[in-house]
Write a protein that binds this ligand. Sequence first.
Ligand code: GLN
Length: 271
Amino acid sequence: MMNMPRKRLFMEYQIMLSEEPIDKYFALLDRRSKGEPLQYIVGSQEFMGLPFVVTPDVLIPRQDTEILAENAISLLKDRTFADGTKLDGKIRKNPDVADVCCGSGAVGISIGKLVPKAKVTLSDLSESALKIAKTNAQKNGVNAEAVQGDLFTPFRGRFRKKTFDMIVSNPPYVRSSVIPTLQREIREHEPMMALDGGSDGLDFYRRIAKEAPEFLRKEGLLLLEIGSDQKEDVEALLEQTGAYADIRCIPDLAGLDRVVFARKKVKSDFS
Ligand code: GLN
């Protein structure tokens, strides 16, 4: 609020404040006491050690989601998962990566920052979220393309489809009936559009499982954040399409199922 570094705060603890900053301070406290998340009040949240601007137009990046970013990054760097397990095959020199339902852009932008050879495309249905994602790309010095549209539609191009070596997504996955039970901070302040995954929470996975292969290059990788009780359902949705191999789940630091991984099948996978 006063942009005072912590050091100065200790040195100048005895200064008397004027009315104005005191009023401002209490106004901020009021917002917090009405359940507004601290991150919207201060306007930022750190993710993967990087600064991100957040407004009520975007979901606040969660620490759990770092599992998604970390695995995407280590797979792009040397085709290993974050736990060191190796994945067969090669990764292209300058991989194209899409973050669909990007929100603040935290996942895609961290990938772009920490894997500079990757070319990142961010997409979101929400125009206002995409604006924040663009601000965040700039803030972190990442040269990402940002396109507005529903899931993969912005990649459909009039003449040519855009394809990727990796698609990552943290789509809305909360069951509609669960939303009223979420804590007030989330329920009353975070964008519903980023949370509501339909009646069984799987609406987006259903579409992604079906549509992603069209936008993945040969051996392209798909990484999806999931709710901790969605592993079986999401794996089954991917399985049913017959288009993926190496389907597996990656737990978060609390041991909860958090990311589902799949690789697009190549001819030799079909037997
Ligand atoms: N993990 C988020 C929550 O519990 C949900 C994020 C999402 O739907 N993608 O609030």
